[in-house]
Write a protein that binds this ligand. Structure first.
Ligand SMILES: Cc1cc2nc3c(=O)[nH]c(=O)nc-3n(C[C@H](O)[C@H](O)[C@H](O)COP(=O)(O)OP(=O)(O)OC[C@H]3O[C@@H](n4cnc5c(N)ncnc54)[C@H](O)[C@@H]3O)c2cc1C
Length: 261
């Protein structure tokens, strides 16, 4: 458990905000895909922390979280000024394994999923592609950061306001076809229906080392309360078991994700 003083907290785009904490110890230990459990200081009526992926860390100890304002917690967080000291638990969770020199990283992200996967792009030895999907163009975030990291960005929106009109999973096969001479390594983070559809696709295409972050509603964040369980494949009679996303995840191999089949 550490403290993190807010350095800045600003609107990034539409309902998305970017908060920066001075938290050097957490920064030093952070790996892509991990998260911080934030005690939102001005949220009086709730005791539960809120989990947010660590979007970026800097050498001078500044940790960035990008969050969407969706309810009471994120609304309260959006009003905290610079100088507020928050209690942070982290870095928590099982990280992504970084791509090696031979691998071509393809990141599939929905909504805030681009924030959760940005560190993969930033630290990747070879540059790859981000497939970014959202409801509409206002929800497509961090395109500039991925571009600056050398990644090509292809977008999709449900309403067709930017990029391909439809689901981001519809962009996957073309990328596989175009890069069949490369060793593609898939990474993903986004809404659960997107991740389950993607896991099924990747399993069918033999991309079993793909890694998906199954962000699920969670309470304690450290594996004690079992509030955040998801079904994962298991070698037992049922073919599945429950896994805690905070402790055993949030990152799981595509081959582990239980898609009901
Ligand atoms: C490991 C992990 C990493 C996350 N990283 C980010 C991130 O980088 N940026 C970001 O914007 N959000 C992230 N989230 C989701 C974020 O934790 C929730 O949006 C936040 O807790 C909502 O709190 P609230 O009090 O504002 O909303 P509430 O009032 O609790 O809920 C408002 C709405 O949001 C939905 N909601 C609440 N919690 C979650 C959740 N955990 N996942 C999905 N929907 C939820 C509720 O069903 C409800 O519809 C992450 C979640 C997890 C588990």
């Amino acid at each position: 458990m550490k403290t993190g003083e807010i350095v800045s907290n600003r609107v990034l785009q539409d309902e998305y905000y970017e908060v920066k904490f001075y938290a050097p110890e957490i920064c030093r230990k952070t790996r892509a895909g991990q998260f911080v459990h934030v005690k939102i200081e001005n949220l009086k009526d709730r005791i539960l922390r809120r989990p947010f992926s660590i979007s970026d860390v800097s050498g001078d100890g500044v940790l960035t979280v990008v969050y969407k304002r969706v309810g009471k917690g994120t609304e309260a967080l959006s009003t905290l000024p610079a100088g507020t000291v928050c209690n942070l638990l982290g870095p928590l969770g099982n990280p992504y394994s970084p791509p090696d020199n031979e691998e071509f990283p393809v990141i599939v992200a929905g909504g805030y999923g681009s924030a959760a996967t940005y560190l993969i792009a930033k630290n990747s030895p070879g540059k790859g592609i981000l497939l970014l999907g959202a409801r509409s163009k206002n929800d497509l975030i961090l395109i500039d950061k991925f571009t600056a990291a050398g990644f090509e960005v292809r977008t999709s929106t449900d309403d067709g306001s930017q990029g391909h009109k439809g689901f981001v999973t519809e962009l996957v096969d073309r990328v596989i076809e175009e890069n069949k001479d490369k060793k593609i390594r898939f990474y993903a983070c986004g809404p659960t229906p997107m991740l389950l559809a993607l896991a099924k696709m990747l399993q069918d295409r033999g991309c079993n080392d793909a890694e998906l972050s199954l962000d699920h509603l969670m309470c304690c964040g450290v594996g004690a309360c079992f509030a955040c369980v998801v079904k994962v494949r298991a070698d037992n009679e049922d073919g599945w078991r429950y896994a805690r996303t905070c402790k055993e995840g949030p990152v799981f191999k595509a081959s582990e994700v239980y898609t009901g089949e």
